[in-house]
Ligand binder design. Sequence first.
Ligand SMILES: *[C@@H]1O[C@H](CO)[C@@H](O)[C@H](O)[C@H]1NC(C)=O
Ligand SMILES: *[C@@H]1O[C@H](CO)[C@@H](O)[C@H](O)[C@H]1NC(C)=O
Ligand SMILES: *[C@@H]1O[C@H](CO)[C@@H](O)[C@H](O)[C@H]1NC(C)=O
Ligand SMILES: *[C@@H]1O[C@H](CO)[C@@H](O)[C@H](O)[C@H]1NC(C)=O
Ligand SMILES: *[C@@H]1O[C@H](CO)[C@@H](O)[C@H](O)[C@H]1NC(C)=O
Ligand SMILES: *[C@@H]1O[C@H](CO)[C@@H](O)[C@H](O)[C@H]1NC(C)=O
Ligand SMILES: *[C@@H]1O[C@H](CO)[C@@H](O)[C@H](O)[C@H]1NC(C)=O
Ligand SMILES: *[C@@H]1O[C@H](CO)[C@@H](O)[C@H](O)[C@H]1NC(C)=O
Length: 398
Amino acid sequence: MGRIISILMILSCLTQKILTRQNGQFIGASMSFTIINGTNGFEVQLDVISGWVLGLGPCGINCSRASINSNTNITREEVLQKQGDSRFYGNWTVEFKTSSMRYSQVIDINHVVYSSLNERVVDVSQKARWEQVWTVMRYPMIPDAPYMDITFEGLSWRNLSLQGDNAKWHLQMKVEPQLRSDTGKPNNSPQAISKPFYRLLLDKDNYIRVATIDPDGDYVKCSLSEYIEAGIASRLPLPNITVTEDCIITIPSDRSLGYHNGSIGAVGITVRDYNVSGLTLGGRLRSLTAISIQFLVQFLDKINEPIFIFPTLEGNHRFNIYSGTTWKINVYAEPISPALIDRFSCLGRQHEHVEIINVKHTSVPNHVNVKMATITWTPLHTDVGNHILCVGVEDSNG
Ligand SMILES: *[C@@H]1O[C@H](CO)[C@@H](O)[C@H](O)[C@H]1NC(C)=O
Ligand SMILES: *[C@@H]1O[C@H](CO)[C@@H](O)[C@H](O)[C@H]1NC(C)=O
Ligand SMILES: *[C@@H]1O[C@H](CO)[C@@H](O)[C@H](O)[C@H]1NC(C)=O
Ligand SMILES: *[C@@H]1O[C@H](CO)[C@@H](O)[C@H](O)[C@H]1NC(C)=O
Ligand SMILES: *[C@@H]1O[C@H](CO)[C@@H](O)[C@H](O)[C@H]1NC(C)=O
Ligand SMILES: *[C@@H]1O[C@H](CO)[C@@H](O)[C@H](O)[C@H]1NC(C)=O
Ligand SMILES: *[C@@H]1O[C@H](CO)[C@@H](O)[C@H](O)[C@H]1NC(C)=O
Ligand SMILES: *[C@@H]1O[C@H](CO)[C@@H](O)[C@H](O)[C@H]1NC(C)=O
């Protein structure tokens, strides 16, 4: 019998409508890392999923749905040239201190990071005017450095009516090179998936659950990013926003707090993993690594979006399967009339090869224009561990 693979399925992670009056190209990102024992010794593999305003992102000037799955090696350069700014997609720096250094040092690592870049388009919404890309890059571990703080920042967020124009984005990760006593390997960061963009209702307690897992099985906790970790999103956190340790974000969007119809703001969350054995030994919980996630929220008095309906399993459902077997699940979605369901999508946080098959109309009592799809994935032996898969749906309104 194979070994256990745990899958956390989340619904509706990708596709949402974004309203366009704005400048700024960035609409949110999540980062994580794994440590690779490469040919040049240990390297940090950076894994970033980022959202951009359509046509301004790395997917290129003529980005369309046909671009999904394509490599951005040519289109990214075209946009950078047109913008005349080699840092248009952000600046990478690392802060570290070795035992022989008196003070920590910050160095620019753009050249190294971008020269290892491998990026593909994971999703595009032409009607909603956004694109989402997945970028993998590497940076060598700095010998003798007990920690590395890797930062990704740039100008600018699209206009944030709740936090100001031309706001800088800033995401930060803490990497520690120590080998784990349990696996004998370096620790991997937790991983998280959120949508790049959420539409929320005004005058309501809105809940957003960010899905998190830890590939090493560590204990994971979320918090609002603090100033230094988040840049704009925490310099002015949204009024009365709270986040629980298990990553449930609550935003009470009362007009009395300054939320209006159409308001847009950014949310920054930090996810840390903690040493569970340290906990059971009665020690103080020590954070091993940290990653950040940032996304946009918009508040509206009414939201018309397609929804997943019963008999689809509830969002945030966890499955355990054995390696060597195939995971299969049916999902059902209903559009807001008169739109029609256009497309299902699925994204795995670790490049899992997930397929969407058998998309068809079906009838479900008390619902109209329902379409269903089967999501399927056959994990390999190397996939043993924890996975997040995100299933989205889009209707003909975008
Ligand atoms: C990393 O790789 C080198 C060469 O392949 C090997 O000698 C070493 O044991 C590896 N280290 C770990 C911690 O796996
Ligand atoms: C984009 O499309 C237009 C019109 O089809 C074409 O003229 C132009 O060369 C394209 N640009 C790029 C960078 O592909
Ligand atoms: C871009 O990436 C594609 C797919 O990985 C590859 O076939 C192609 O050779 C690359 N082109 C350049 C200019 O690097
Ligand atoms: C990147 O860093 C350079 C040098 O610190 C700075 O001049 C530039 O404005 C930065 N670019 C962005 C997009 O943040
Ligand atoms: C950004 O939003 C604010 C508040 O809604 C508005 O006053 C400002 O003009 C907007 N800026 C741009 C460039 O759209
Ligand atoms: C917002 O937070 C303040 C301070 O904690 C509290 O007094 C107030 O009741 C909250 N308002 C809403 C609408 O949640
Ligand atoms: C709220 O904003 C949306 C988007 O800008 C707009 O379509 C809608 O008409 C607005 N609602 C009201 C009551 O103004
Ligand atoms: C967790 O803490 C225990 C006790 O302090 C230590 O022996 C172990 O190496 C730590 N594990 C990791 C992954 O750091």
